[in-house]
Design a protein around this ligand. Structure first.
Ligand code: OMP
Length: 277
């Protein structure tokens, strides 16, 4: 999906919500556990109930890999179930020497090889340009580089000053913008780091930011949007647990919808206020 197509979807759905599909068997509604593939049944119900309210889904591969081949199969079925107008993100946080990154890129982008053709994959940038470039060699596919993550430990390395006046997360943006453009690279910026959005937006005025950390992690949508929005919206704001585990009974999908609707409605107001719709 191109940036223009993504912005069109945002305007159409009046939403820049990304729903995290991070299912754990222990947290699923009991009545699904006897299904042949409970994780896929759960994802399918969540997608059916919410796909008109969000523009993206982000399965985190850890939640599938932990179940071995069965989990990988659930992930593949989930990807196949996404309709083509959705922006799909494999949250795999990959990155290795170039030769190996090429294989990771094929695993998530090359439908013929792996059965999955996600639009984007999350990548850790710390092995440098040759670990990221292989992901950029796929037309209309995206790399989402970790810049400033939502967790407390992000201060251990990401906030350190490196060389001149830049912090490491600013340097990630400054350098990677030479490897590809804002049609290929997005950045992860945690919603819990609202103070950083002003300087990050100045560094990457045209880029999309993937923003996890509202909902269960406590970040504020309004705070993120204060400086985070740009002329093509520029934000995909992710929420997983708050939405997918809104209910545990047979009405779990309706409860998830109600929770997603609250976020979508808040987003619609914000998009209006910023003259984006
Ligand atoms: O790359 C990510 O998506 C990510 C980066 C980050 O800085 N913080 C973060 O929470 N995430 C992911 O975003 C999701 C957040 O889930 P909830 O906290 O349940 O909304 C999880 O899949 C995390 O792994």
């Amino acid at each position: 999906m191109t940036k223009a197509q993504l912005f069109d979807q945002i305007k159409l759905k009046r939403s820049f919500l990304c729903i995290g599909l991070d299912p754990v068997l222990e947290n699923l509604p009991e009545h699904l556990l006897d299904d042949e593939d409970p994780i896929f049944s759960f994802n399918k119900a969540i997608i059916d109930a919410t796909e008109d309210l969000c523009v993206a889904y982000k399965p985190n591969t850890a939640f599938y890999e932990m179940y071995g081949t069965k989990g990988w199969n659930s992930l593949q079925k989930t990807w196949s179930y996404f309709s083509k107008d959705l922006f799909t993100i494999a949250d795999a946080k990959r990155g290795d020497i170039g030769n190996t990154s090429k294989m990771y890129a094929a695993a998530f982008f090359n439908e013929e090889r792996s059965g999955m053709g996600f639009d984007a994959v999350t990548v850790a940038p710390y092995m440098g340009s040759d670990s990221v470039v292989p992901f950029l060699n796929h037309e209309h596919k995206w790399v989402i580089l970790l810049a400033l993550t939502s967790n407390a430990g992000s201060t251990d390395f990401q906030s350190l000053h490196v060389g001149g006046k830049n912090r490491l997360y600013e340097e990630v943006i400054a350098r990677s913008s030479k490897w590809g453009n804002s049609e290929q690279i997005m950045y992860v910026v945690g919603a819990t780091k609202a103070d950083a959005f002003e300087s990050l937006r100045a560094l990457a005025p045209d880029s999309f930011f993937l923003v996890p950390g509202i909902g269960a992690q406590g970040g504020s949508l309004a705070e993120v949007c204060r400086f985070g929005l740009n002329k093509t919206c520029g934000l995909l704001v992710n929420s997983a647990r708050q939405i997918i585990y809104a209910g545990k009974g047979t009405d779990f999908a309706e409860m998830a919808r109600a929770e997603a609707l609250k976020v979508q409605q808040e987003m619609e107001v914000i998009l209006h206020q910023h003259d984006l719709i």
